[in-house]
Ligand binder design. Structure first.
Ligand code: GLP
Length: 245
């Protein structure tokens, strides 16, 4: 493993969620007004659950953090139950008291998505950049919605979802036809600007791609492999996901 990557292998998903929540909470304690990059998907849910509990018992105060989400589906608005805005509100923000004005998520229903991308990128810069960026990983190596491609995506952009991602995410929708085909996503460059990256991976379905991402060639065909070039990456993986590391 590269020395810029700190790897924690834990027993199972519960242990992963616990470790990630403690690490996140520690960072918030040190930097309560910091800028935090957040991810959606199933993987961080356990961490968010714990952060909610910690905030209800006053172990942490998340009311001053500034949050920037990685991505959002295009064509659905923030009230749609499968939008990432809805996910964040219901799984983390409302219960931890993150103020509305500090919740930044690209607008999936923006009239001009390309302009929304440029504005989102500007907002991150104006906020002083991201201190800690939480990431999951897709089974095809995507981070955010940066899908395998011929070049690494730069800044926040309008992105087409890969077929594999549409398949994977169809579990959240009534039918596969309901899964949006496009998203707005922070680019690889945007993600790489974060001071620290916290990558979470759980389960056997992530084992092969996690091995490729962290130990294989750095290639835009495995977008997460760019993380090998970042100066400070923390990976928390459960045993199943860490099988090939
Ligand atoms: C989604 C999201 C990613 C997420 C990934 C893995 O499509 N855009 O940000 O990390 O896929 O999701 P999960 O954690 O559910 O496996």
């Amino acid at each position: 493993m590269l020395k810029n990557i700190t790897l924690y292998v834990v027993e199972d998903y519960n242990a992963l969620s616990q470790k990630a929540a403690l690490l996140f909470a520690q960072t918030v304690k040190t930097n309560p007004t910091g800028v935090y990059g957040l991810a959606t998907g199933s993987t961080p849910e356990g961490m968010y659950d714990r952060l909610v509990k910690m905030s209800q018992t006053n172990e942490i105060d998340m009311t001053k953090i500034v949050a920037f989400n990685l991505d959002e589906y295009v064509s659905i608005g923030p009230d749609h139950t499968q939008s990432y805005a809805y996910y964040m509100a219901t799984k983390l923000f409302n219960a931890t008291g993150v103020p509305i004005q500090n919740r930044n998520i690209p607008r999936g229903d923006a009239p001009d998505p390309h302009n929304e991308c440029a504005e989102y990128e500007k907002k991150i810069v104006n906020a002083g950049g991201i201190h800690l960026q939480v990431l999951g990983i897709g089974t095809n190596g995507h981070i955010g919605f940066n899908e395998p491609a011929d070049t690494f995506a730069g800044q926040t952009s309008y992105a087409a979802l890969a077929e594999e991602t549409i398949q994977a995410n169809s579990r959240f929708f009534d039918s596969i036809d309901d899964v949006p085909k496009f998203a707005i996503s922070m680019g690889i460059q945007t993600i790489m600007m974060a001071e620290t990256i916290l990558l979470l991976a759980s389960g056997e379905s992530k084992a092969k791609i996690l091995g490729e991402a962290l130990q294989g060639p750095i290639t835009p065909q495995v977008p997460a492999s760019a993380l090998q070039l970042h100066r400070n990456v923390i990976v928390i993986a459960d045993k199943a996901a860490a099988k090939f590391l």
